[in-house]
Design a protein around this ligand. Structure first.
Ligand code: GDP
Length: 431
């Protein structure tokens, strides 16, 4: 069976932890979109890890990790990541890379930096990992697919064409050093040497695995609100963050995705620019940031402090709907144990009218949060294994959120570790 693990919000919901946990029962874990621009933090028996490109199932000997065609493949980053986990005592993972994945080139990273410099204060808050230039090139049909590495003749011609296009921008728009076809070719040949042992026809591999009844996880990066179509455009990422794209970015039939586990955080955090309706500031935000996640809410890739906010029903309900959620995994709930009262954003007021439907960006910019305040539970819920053992106000918080978002919360994460999980049968799912 194929299951997708995706984010309901702006990313950093704890997908890595849920994937690592569910990978115990899985055979194959697939990354289907995004690149090294965001990270997952995972805490397990081997230690604490920040992964950017590898799927979060790499820590088990029984799993195979697949980098799907939809991914922005940064080969040096992938290799550094493999090396770093092996250095920390993890057995060398089994990795397959789709021959249809495209590669992030060193100039994509440069263009990302140059563009942020050019935009100055009006920048999108890019992580400068080359993701936007990479996907732009993919759709402009001047990207490099892994399969092309094995046709040297064609490659030699293509690098000339690519340099011509890129150098116009480098010279006239950015006033930066130009690219040379020889350097590009050298870079590509180096990538070929590195990646060759891992390359395969990933969609055929996954098709066969599905026929054999293997358990497959599709691991999403970021969350619904960063989707280029359905998110807070233009403050979005450059590849679809939705489970539906899992079929494309992995190369499997859409009807094979039987479960969609949407990871939804018990409060909000976001990175980068853009409207963030339930955002909080000052000491209130600092305290939640300090206590948040596992060791504070700071970007895994960038170290940037994340923007903080209360749980946003409007954004999360929409985020879950766009994913096609069958199950919600409600995460980092333990962090809220210090609060006397917990505000929840239950609606947006836009031009004097209150709505619970997530609007397009122009309207979103005008939205003010409508807050409802719930009583806190004032205790540490880590270590609790059964739903009934949670404090009453904590259960009320969960049930309130479930009712408002309209999707069944069947997993509650009350700590960063693999075993910090409470399974629950929800009335909504009829489990
Ligand atoms: P991802 O990108 O969705 O995988 O999320 P991140 O890894 O960026 O952020 C999640 C952070 O929260 C990580 O530091 C996790 O170790 C941590 N985390 C995940 N689940 C829980 C939880 O239930 N409680 C606490 N305290 N931390 C958690």
């Amino acid at each position: 069976m194929v299951k997708a693990i995706v984010g309901a919000n702006w990313g950093d919901e704890g997908k890595g932890k849920i994937t690592d946990m569910m990978a115990r029962e899985a055979d194959i874990i697939v990354r289907f979109q995004g690149g090294a621009n965001a990270g997952h933090t995972i805490v397990n028996d081997y230690g604490k890890f920040a992964l950017h490109t590898l799927p979060s199932g790499v820590f088990y000997e029984h799993t195979t990790s697949v980098i799907g065609n939809g991914v922005a493949l940064n080969i040096p980053v992938l290799f550094a990541e493999i090396q770093s986990i092996v250095d920390q005592g993890v057995p060398a993972p089994k990795i397959l890379v789709s021959d249809r994945a495209q590669m992030v080139m060193s100039y994509h990273i440069l263009f990302d930096q140059y563009e942020e410099e050019r935009l100055g204060g009006k920048s999108f808050g890019s992580t400068k990992s080359g993701i936007a230039p990479f996907y732009s090139d993919k759709y402009a049909k001047i990207g490099f697919q892994v399969s092309e590495l094995f046709d040297e003749q064609a490659l030699s011609e293509k690098v000339v064409r690519v340099c011509e296009t890129k150098n116009v921008l480098l010279e006239h728009l950015y006033h930066k050093p130009l690219l040379s076809p020889e350097d590009l070719k050298k870079e590509l040949m180096e990538y070929r040497r590195m990646i060759e042992p891992y390359v395969c026809d990933a969609s055929a591999y996954l098709w066969n695995a599905i026929q054999e009844g293997k358990d497959i996880l599709l691991e999403g990066q970021l969350g619904s609100l960063k989707d280029p179509d359905h998110g807070i455009y233009p403050m979005v990422t450059s590849s679809s963050t939705l489970a539906a794209y899992g079929a494309i970015g992995a190369g499997i039939p859409p009807y094979e995705i039987r479960k969609i586990i949407t990871v939804c955080k018990a409060y909000s955090s976001a990175v980068g620019a853009g409207a963030f309706v339930s955002e909080i500031f000052g000491e209130e935000a600092d305290e939640l940031r300090r206590r948040g996640g596992d060791g504070g809410e700071y970007g895994v890739t960038t170290g940037r402090p994340r923007r903080m906010g209360w749980f946003d029903v409007v954004a999360s309900k929409y985020g879950c709907r766009m994913q096609g959620t069958t199950d919600v995994a409600f995460t980092v709930l333990d962090v809220l144990g210090y609060l006397d009262e917990i505000p929840v954003c239950v609606g947006y007021e836009i031009d004097g009218a209150v709505t619970t439907e997530f609007p397009t960006t122009v309207k979103l910019e005008k939205a003010k949060p409508v807050l409802e305040v719930l009583p806190g539970w004032k205790s540490d819920i880590r270590g609790i294994k059964k739903y009934e053992d949670l404090p009453e106000n904590c259960r009320k918080y969960i049930e309130f959120v479930e009712e408002k978002i309209g999707f069944p919360i069947t997993m509650i994460s009350n700590g960063p570790g693999r075993d910090d999980i409470i399974y629950r049968s929800s009335k909504r799912s009829g489990n």
